[in-house]
Design a protein around this ligand. Structure first.
Ligand code: NAD
Length: 508
């Protein structure tokens, strides 16, 4: 056994994993090295130690994957929809059969606490594949009343080879959000997981083979965004790209995709307003607001990162909220008692800590956290304490820019009008929520909030049946539900002359 293989084996055993950690590219149904032989070390964010050297796809590997996907497309897109669905349903069952294994792998690679991976990431991944397995044979066309004597009908067809670029914050779950609908619709996929969290997507590729997916239908290529990601966005033989990540990268994707006019779907950043009114159930709001920002270390595009409090309840709310934040148990993600893990990369941890300094520079005050924990057992990891910062104005940078960490910016308001102005006062528009007992106010805000998703007396709920996506700088297009099937299909309109009486246009 070579050095790399034996150290991966050690990591595997220590993490309680039974199966091999896949670390090669998945192209045309096989695990292969990158043609260049290049690799990148996947790091355990708990202690900054190496997990595995993962193959890094370059342009030649993307070309090979696109060729395999094109070769697979005619058979896959013409297969009966229920046969495609059955493979996704089998995959959902396999995910459940391997749940503990997947949960541990996700926690090892991303830093998600095991209790989150077990209760959320893995079940949601299975639910998503099952939902789209069921969806496959329910995508229907329409018949349209047109001129007398004509039958006009539409069908929804697969687009072709689809490129998908996945971020590092929920790599396992987002693999299902991307692959489920694309495959149900009959497309073939070239998917690039984030370079820092590729392991669970590679394991899904392996389970897909077991579920019966034909070779070439799904290709998973870990690689750098600036190399493999950029080339997927540019590639002349990829017909559509679906991207989740930062708004800045989203813009680059749009530019790169212009060459062959790809269909583009973007799920980008957010700066979610979480509004607590004076009549709210305070205990529910405190707990829900902590979930909104601290779950997954705040690394969520729909995090409730702007906590807006009515000034009448602000002090009482903050007293309870700060106490709750201080009590959250930080620790090794693989310890089932851990409630908050490390951030997923050192670079990102430093970026988030940079925002603590920014807040102070602009006259904000740190009410809690704002630093790495003192616990020496966490010293090598990318940890940050749950951080609560009060901003001076909703125009401050920490109230406008996506921090993407366990970092919440507190703002206060004194009227509904002011609350709406602050809530809508960013360039983003992904998720927003409010806590109130006033039904009319709740629905009025649901209507007026500039946001793709609104939660009333809850926060950050997602389900594969419910459309997910944003407005403004948060992107366009929708994931999930029937909506996403529009993204992964194109409409064909067919005209049939049944018995139309057409007077000759060029009568002679
Ligand atoms: P990013 O947008 O650069 O990375 C997301 C994905 O895009 C990764 O797979 C990456 O490899 C890929 N990518 C990067 N450059 C690319 C390019 N030119 N062409 C194609 N693909 C490319 O995000 P990041 O730099 O890892 O994180 C920066 C910030 O982005 C975060 O702090 C956060 O604010 C935001 N973010 C948002 C989400 C989300 O769910 N909306 C996810 C991750 C990051």
């Amino acid at each position: 056994m070579n050095d790399q293989a034996s150290s991966v084996e050690d990591v595997r055993k220590k993490a309680g994993l039974r199966s091999k950690i896949q670390h090669q590219l998945f192209i045309d149904g096989k695990f292969v090295d990158a043609k260049s032989g290049e690799t990148l070390t996947s790091v355990n964010p708990h202690d900054n130690t190496a997990i595995a050297e993962v193959s890094m796809a370059g342009r030649a590997d993307v070309d090979a994957a696109v060729a395999a996907a094109h070769a697979a497309f005619p058979a896959w897109s013409h297969a009966s929809a229920s046969d495609r669905g059955r493979i996704l349903l089998r995959l959902a069952d396999l995910i459940e059969a391997n749940a503990e294994e997947l949960a541990r792998l996700e926690s090892l690679d991303t830093g998600h606490p095991l209790r989150d991976s077990r209760a959320l990431d893995v079940p949601r991944t299975a639910l998503c594949f099952r939902y789209f397995g069921g969806m496959a044979d329910k995508v229907e066309g329409t018949t349209i009343p047109v001129d007398a004597g004509f039958l006009n009908y539409t069908s929804r067809e697969a687009i072709g080879v689809v490129g998908q670029v996945v971020p590092w914050n929920f790599p396992l779950m987002f693999t299902s959000w991307k692959l489920g609908p694309a495959l149900a619709a009959g497309n073939c996929v070239v998917m690039k997981p984030a370079e820092i969290t590729p392991l669970s997507s590679l394991r899904i590729a392996e389970l897909m083979t077991e579920a019966g997916i034909p070779n070439g239908v799904v290709n998973v290529l870990p690689g750098l965004g600036s190399v493999a990601g950029q080339y997927i966005a540019e590639h002349p033989h990829i017909a559509k790209i679906s991207f989740t990540g930062s708004t800045a990268t989203g813009r680059r994707i749009v530019q790169a995709s212009a060459g062959n006019l790809k269909k583009v779907q973007l799920e980008l950043g957010g700066k979610g307003a979480n509004i607590v009114f004076e009549d709210a159930n305070l205990l529910a709001a405190v707990n829900g607001s902590a979930w909104a920002i601290f779950h997954n270390q705040g690394q969520a595009c729909i995090a409730g990162s702007r906590l807006m409090l009515h000034e009448r309840i602000a002090d009482e709310f903050l007293e309870r909220f700060i106490a709750l934040a201080k009590s959250i148990r930080l620790g090794n993600p693989l310890d089932p008692a851990t409630e908050m893990g490390p951030l997923t990369s050192m670079l990102h941890r430093d970026r988030v800590l940079g925002y603590v300094a920014t807040a102070s520079e602009q006259g904000g005050s740190v009410l809690s956290g704002g630093k790495s924990p003192a616990d020496p057992s966490l010293a090598d990891g990318f940890y940050i304490e749950p951080t609560i910062v009060r901003a001076r104005s909703f125009k401050d940078r920490v109230a406008q820019e996506e921090v993407f960490g366990p970092f919440v910016t507190v703002l206060t308001f004194s009227s509904d009008e002011e609350a709406l102005q602050i809530a809508n006062g960013t360039e983003y528009g992904l998720g927003a929520g409010l806590w109130t007992r006033d039904l009319a106010r709740a629905h009025l805000f649901a209507r007026e909030l500039k946001s793709g998703m609104v939660w009333l007396n809850s926060y950050k709920r997602v389900h594969p049946a419910s459309p997910f996506g944003g407005v403004g700088q948060s992107g366009y297009g929708r994931e999930m539900g029937f909506e996403v099937m529009r993204e992964y299909t194109q409409v064909k309109s067919v005209w049939v002359n049944v018995d139309a009486k057409i007077a000759p246009w060029y009568a002679r």
